[in-house]
Design a protein around this ligand. Structure first.
Ligand code: MV4
Length: 614
């Protein structure tokens, strides 16, 4: 077994992996960025190394810096956690090729082949695992899309080869949409995954998302540890996960579990992984009714890493999956047969995100844990890396903790969840705890287990969510006290070619500057205007023409105009990546471009000037 493991991650998962190491008598090494200098995982580790600035690309995603830290610490293994480099085959190779350091995860080969969606589909087909009817080769001709639609019917899903999560999927609902949606899917694939290759599948309108936990060792043993139901998602982001699924009969559960084993075996996959499936829901199913063995289920993708929600499976099986990962990486055989895997009771994981569910789950942009008092008691587990007084780190994702609740059945689990969520006292940072409390007490679809992957985006009661925030929310920094000014601002945004008029409420916003006689920026410090105390020079106003400003904080994906161009109202002038979406920014007015103060890759804040027109 290893003597010392470096955990190439941060936050709750880093602490969680370190706990498994400690159980095995292994010393732990943390890596941290400047933003995480005071992070909980740094406090927890036996030793810690700074790997770079806050920007993930220069720290947690810098494979060379991570391996250097492992060398300096004399670590004999690296565990990647999830996210960051966990599914980066090149990094897995770099670790494998670094003398004396073991990669805790699958071999690069199977990681690569399962990461290419059409290759993964071919592997599953070879293992007789049901795949969604579609192509296993890339397509690039709209006529192919139309022929597929004629044969299988609409809607048709166009998916990016390198896609995953919510990105890289377009839905074609009729033949005349084929060309535009194909072009858009290829463009998004290129923008997000540097791979414009796309393939087709028949689109399932209302599936459940069921995933099977797998552990496989290097001696040919493959076990499934039951399934998790991850159907409660918002914009492809999981919010609540549970097991066993409230929708599956035991026969269907067995079929899906065995299919997952067959697929992983065929791929030559080892260590921990998750096989995702789409299960066709019966829209008329009543709460308590179960989907039988005749139900259609289809392979979706394999996650070649430990997942956020692995904890649900741990509570049901009493198997420490991270310890299994470490044992497998050290060459041990899995110590239990498939028949010895016993699933008992019911478990639900609640992602504690620093977001305001009443404001479209807007991530908090600031805060400190003035009060942080997690719940306890029978059946309650909290995985976090926090303590009261911590500043909220907003450089990475918004999940700050996980609450995992166990009960002898779903009813007891829901009751315990309501209690634990009520006890979860967090003040100073807005979180979605109020949303979770609503789900487990009053939301009929969730309590009845009939929600599908579209439920939150299309049917959840937004007024009830806002009321829950109002009732259970704790005066958080980012929702401001009563005395703060609320400024409403109207914006016109275009998302994927569709225009939206949005009204945003901003609390504590500086007043909007009104150009004074001097034509200067006036009013609040405008980030786009270098002022004398910024650089010692005189004030340099960006220009006194009409400006196009960023309507939200984000990163410039592309600038589509240059000085001298003529712009008409509605023209797309640049693309801004924000809230995990590609947003076309359009000019409200026409004119000639006189200044373009931003460029590709720039981070911009709301209100920054992107363009000046005369
Ligand atoms: C689908 C689908 C329906 N039909 N494929 C979403 C992200 C990506 N991992 C695959 N996803 C989907 N693929 C076909 N042929 C519906 C989704 C989908 C979804 C899947 C799982 C969990 C949440 C989801 C939310 C929206 C759409």
């Amino acid at each position: 077994m290893f003597d010392k493991v470096l955990v190439a991650n941060r936050g709750e998962i880093a602490v969680r992996v370190m706990r498994a190491c400690e159980d095995l008598g292994i010393d732990t090494v943390a890596v941290y960025s400047e933003a995480d200098r005071h992070g909980g995982h740094v406090r927890f580790a036996d030793e810690a190394y700074n790997v770079g600035p806050a920007r993930a690309a220069a720290s947690y995603l810098d494979g060379e810096a991570i391996v250097d830290a492992a060398r300096r610490a004399d670590a004999d293994a690296i565990h990647p956690g999830y996210g960051f480099l966990a599914e980066n085959a090149d990094f897995a190779e770099r670790v494998r090729d670094a003398e004396g350091i073991t990669w805790v995860g699958p071999d690069p080969g199977p990681m690569r082949s399962l990461g290419e969606k059409t290759k993964a589909r071919s592997i599953m087909e070879a293992a007789d695992v049901p795949i969604v009817p579609g192509t296993t080769e890339p397509v690039d001709d709209p006529e192919t899309v139309r022929e597929f639609g004629d044969e299988y019917g609409y809607p048709v899903a166009i998916k990016a080869e390198g896609g995953g999560g919510g990105r890289g999927m377009k839905v074609v609902r009729s033949a005349d949409e084929a060309a535009d949606q194909l072009e858009s899917a290829k463009r998004e694939g290129e923008a997000y995954f540097s791979n414009d290759s796309v393939y087709l599948e028949r689109y399932l309108e209302n599936p459940r998302h069921i995933e099977v936990q797998i552990v496989a060792d290097e001696h040919g043993n493959v076990r499934h540890l039951g399934e998790r139901d991850c159907s409660l998602q918002r914009r492809h982001q999981k919010v609540i996960e549970e097991g066993p699924s409230p929708a599956l009969s035991d026969e269907l559960r067995e079929e899906i579990g065995e299919a997952a084993r067959d697929g992983v075996r065929e791929a030559g996959y080892t260590n921990a992984g998750t096989v995702e499936f789409l299960v066709e829901e019966d829209p008329d199913r009543e709460p308590g009714e179960l989907l039988g063995p005749e139900t259609n289920f289809y392979f979706l993708e394999v996650n070649t890493r430990i997942q956020v929600e692995h904890t649900v499976t741990e509570e049901l099986t009493d198997i420490d999956i991270v310890k299994e990962q470490l044992r497998i990486a050290a060459g041990a055989e899995i110590g239990f047969s498939q028949d010895e895997v016993e699933l008992e009771g019911h478990a639900i994981e609640f992602r504690i995100n620093a977001e305001n569910a009443a404001e479209e789950f807007q991530p908090a942009n600031e805060g400190s844990l003035d009060v942080y008092d997690p719940p306890g008691g029978i059946g309650v587990r909290v995985d976090d890396a926090l303590r009261q007084g911590d500043e909220l780190v907003t450089d990475y994702d918004s999940m700050i903790a996980k609450l995992i609740v166990y009960g002898s059945d779903r009813e007891e689990c829901l009751a315990r969840s309501a209690r634990a969520l009520k006890e979860y006292d967090i003040e100073g940072v807005v979180t979605i705890v109020p949303f979770h409390r609503l789900m487990v007490t009053d939301d009929e679809a969730f309590v009845g287990g009939t929600h599908t992957t579209k439920y939150l985006d299309e049917r959840a009661d937004k007024d009830a969510i806002a009321a829950a925030q109002e009732e259970y929310g704790t005066g958080d920094a980012s929702t401001g006290g009563d005395d703060e000014e609320v400024t409403e601002r109207e914006f016109t945004v275009e998302v994927d070619g569709k225009r939206f008029e949005v009204a945003l409420e901003e609390r504590g916003a500086p007043e909007i500057p009104t150009p004074d006689a001097g034509g200067g920026g006036g009013g609040r410090d405008r980030p786009d205007v270098a002022t004398s105390d910024d650089d010692g020079g005189e004030e340099v106003a960006v220009g006194d023409g009409e400006t196009v400003e960023a309507e939200m904080q984000g990163t410039i994906l592309s600038v589509d105009v240059e000085v001298g161009d003529e712009v008409a109202p509605g023209d797309v002038v640049c693309v801004l990546e924000a809230m995990k979406m590609e947003n076309d920014v359009t000019a409200d007015m026409g004119g000639t471009v006189t200044e373009v103060p931003v460029g590709e890759g720039d981070s911009v804040d709301m209100g920054d000037v992107l363009l000046v027109l005369e």
